[in-house]
Ligand binder design. Structure first.
Ligand code: SAM
Length: 288
């Protein structure tokens, strides 16, 4: 069965069967799933949102074990037909946002050395899914995702660039993101309004900066909370337990001008400020 054939997709799904609320845009270009699988398949692969199994097939041909999580219960019987030729795949009906990633890894991948994520992500939850995978999936060696082109630019952006934001800084704590290739809107059915791109995040074995992650993420959130304000004003709106004078001192003692903006600061800068905030809090704790 050729799953990228429009007739096959329509026959499997039925006319007008695509569910907008699940962000369903299925691949109809045969080269694309092959290219994604080539970029991201490892010994074990977790796929989010297999749809009718187009990318899943390509993954099953390359990986030792593939586990996919699909929210739409109507697709589960379709997947059991389209994937029946593979004995290395497990399909789970569920919402990835409500699942424990470490449990999935432990239960299905056993002692596999390298486990990756490969997915054509539903556009409506791209950032929360990526953050969940980064924060919970300590054992992933890489995460390869197809996302809207603009999101791809944000994931890969460095400090100082127009697209740089909280998600860019957060991703750079866990790994190195690289855009692999663009995918035009015409490669999907139904055709989305915007083009997509595939991004691969190669996960670090250990974080590139040394500070408390919770405080680091508080600082990153603070830096981009109010984009039109200075870093000082924006950070002060989030770090509410420190006096504004202490925040100003921390920024100055880290070598930054009071007018600096969050988008000019790198992960290293955020880590330096986070360490000083942690120090301030522990000194305050000791003296009270
Ligand atoms: N992998 C298929 C392809 O490339 O043709 C389908 C990709 S489509 C963009 C996104 C898929 O994710 C759909 O099958 C949708 O039902 C599923 N999905 C949406 N939200 C989900 C969630 N929270 N958990 C798991 N799957 C979800």
């Amino acid at each position: 069965m050729k799953l990228t054939d429009i007739g096959t997709v329509k026959q499997l799904m039925g006319e007008n069967a695509f569910k907008k609320k699940f962000g369903q845009n299925f691949l109809i270009s045969p080269a694309v799933p092959e290219k994604i699988a080539q970029c991201g398949a490892e010994e074990g692969v977790l796929e989010i949102g297999p749809g009718i199994g187009t990318l899943t097939e390509a993954l099953c041909r390359r990986a030792g074990k593939v586990v996919c999580v699909e929210i739409d219960a109507d697709l589960i019987p379709i997947l059991s037909v389209t994937l029946e030729g593979f004995d290395n795949v497990t399909v789970i009906n569920g919402d990835i946002m409500k699942m424990n990633i470490d449990e999935i890894i432990g239960k299905y991948f056993g002692d596999a050395e390298r486990i990756s994520v490969c997915a054509n992500l539903p556009y409506y939850i791209t950032s929360p899914v990526i953050m969940k995978l980064l924060q919970e999936g300590r054992r992933f060696s890489s995460i390869t995702v197809m996302v809207q082109k603009e999101v791809a630019q944000r994931l890969c952006a460095g400090a100082g660039s127009r697209m740089y934001g909280a998600i860019s800084a957060a991703v750079s704590y866990y790994g190195r993101a690289k855009k692999m290739f663009d995918v035009p809107a015409g490669c999907f059915m139904p055709k989305p309004k915007v083009d997509s791109a595939v991004v691969k995040i190669e996960m670090y074995d250990k974080p590139p900066v040394d500070c408390e992650p919770d405080v680091l993420f508080e600082v990153i959130r603070g830096a981009f909370a109010q984009r039109r304000k200075t870093f000082f004003n924006s950070l002060s709106s989030v770090v509410e337990d420190l006096p504004r004078t202490a925040i100003a001192e921390i920024i100055a003692s880290s070598g930054y001008d009071g007018n600096v903006r969050g988008e000019e600061l790198s992960l290293k800068d955020f880590a330096c400020i986070a360490s000083k905030i942690s120090d301030f809090r522990s000194r305050r704790g000791e003296s009270s």
